[in-house]
Design a protein around this ligand. Structure first.
Ligand code: ATP
Ligand code: MG
Ligand code: FE
Length: 344
């Protein structure tokens, strides 16, 4: 079936079209430039940008896929989690299309989209699998029995998300927003072992209660203190070394806990998704450690890691395949939708 996916949970308006596991089109309009001077997403600005961008983005996707709205067999839209005002724009548009076409509508979980999207790159997901979800608002380990019907969160961050830590550290280094891609680039010129930053929740007493949980706020504070001390001493801040050392701390703890969780749950495969999954060091370190421990790693191309409509269409394709009941037109946006709720 031809599945249309609509994403509007944050600052990207995404429209994706997939047929089965084949990606036909994936058009994204971002309002990130409007938020840059605020150093973060301004909800009202994002909502309005979705309103203007949605139809043109759909038109570009339909042209690229060479399909008409009338050809669409099912529609999937992000029901949450995300910014309330941003979510409602995509949901209203999807309901209008579904009502007009008389085709089923699925309100799906954005986070599941980050996990499912790899099937468009590398085919059916190996299941059961252990998934590392690392995005701007979330950092979790998931046991994925079936991406359409059964996902269990086995751990998550107790404070900041990994992407949030990237954005905050970039800001204190005077780098641009969003910080992830900028730090990734700066780190390429630096020495990852220059400074030993803390690895959150890896001490023996933390592992008892928080074996599969993460914490990044202590790391962020450690970087802030280090940079501040350097400035007080009247010395230059070696931005590339700080970026590389911070990135090493993040990648080290994310990969170590992911491998531990995969071993604990007896799976063969590891999935990775979310904006931070685009990170170059995280990708190579995970690959290295997974290979050493005998796990297969599936990771989408970087462009599919950050928010897009194809990932929502991918969840749509999977729930249609699994025979999950459509959501109908009566559902609303859920800003805090838990990852275990795949379809509302
Ligand atoms: P969520 O999915 O939790 O609702 P979100 O949709 O805002 O949050 P994503 O679009 O999945 O988040 O990811 C955005 C985050 O990814 C930002 O914090 C950004 O800094 C980070 N990011 C993007 N590219 C990279 C990279 N190469 N390295 C590290 N982080 C990155
Ligand atoms: Mg974004
Ligand atoms: Fe996201």
């Amino acid at each position: 079936p031809l599945v249309l996916g609509i994403e509007s949970s944050c600052d990207e308006t995404g429209v994706g079209l997939v047929r089965g596991h084949t990606l036909l089109a994936n058009e994204v309009a971002s309002s990130v430039d409007l938020h840059v001077r605020f150093g973060g997403v301004v909800p009202e600005v994002a909502s309005r940008a979705h309103l203007s961008a949605l139809i043109p983005t759909f038109e570009r996707a339909a042209a690229k896929a060479d399909v008409d709205l009338a050809d669409v067999d099912a529609i999937a839209v992000t029901a949450g989690p995300g910014l309330m005002g941003a979510l409602v724009v995509g949901i209203a548009a999807a309901k209008a299309m579904s009502a007009y076409l008389g085709k089923p509508l699925y309100g799906v979980n954005h986070l599941v989209g980050h996990v499912a999207v790899d099937l468009l790159d590398h085919g059916p997901l190996p299941q059961p699998a252990l998934a590392l979800l690392v995005s701007g608002g979330h950092t979790s380990l998931l046991h994925v029995e079936d991406v359409a019907t059964k996902i269990t969160e086995i751990g998550s961050t107790i404070d900041d998300a990994a992407g949030e830590a990237y954005d905050k550290v970039a800001r204190l280094l005077g780098l641009a927003y969003p910080g992830g891609p900028v730090i990734d680039r700066a780190a390429a010129e630096g020495d990852p072992s220059a400074i030993r930053f803390p690895r959150g929740l890896t001490a023996r007493h933390d592992l008892e209660k928080h074996r599969f949980d993460f914490s990044f706020s202590g790391l962020k504070t450690a970087v802030a203190r280090w940079v501040e001390q350097r400035r007080l001493d009247g010395r230059d801040v070696p931005v590339a070394d700080v970026a590389a050392s911070f990135q090493e701390a993040v990648a080290d703890v994310l990969t170590a806990k992911t491998i531990d969780a995969a071993q604990h749950h007896g799976v063969d495969s590891i999935l990775i998704g979310g904006g931070v999954a685009a990170n170059s060091r995280l990708r190579t370190l995970l690959e290295e450690r997974a290979a050493a421990a005998g796990f297969e790693v599936r990771r989408p191309r970087p462009a599919l890691c950050t928010d897009n409509g194809a990932m929502i269409a991918a969840v749509g394709a999977e729930v249609v395949r699994a025979g999950v009941a459509p959501s109908g037109l009566g559902f609303s946006a859920h800003s805090g939708l838990p990852v275990s709720t795949i379809v509302v």
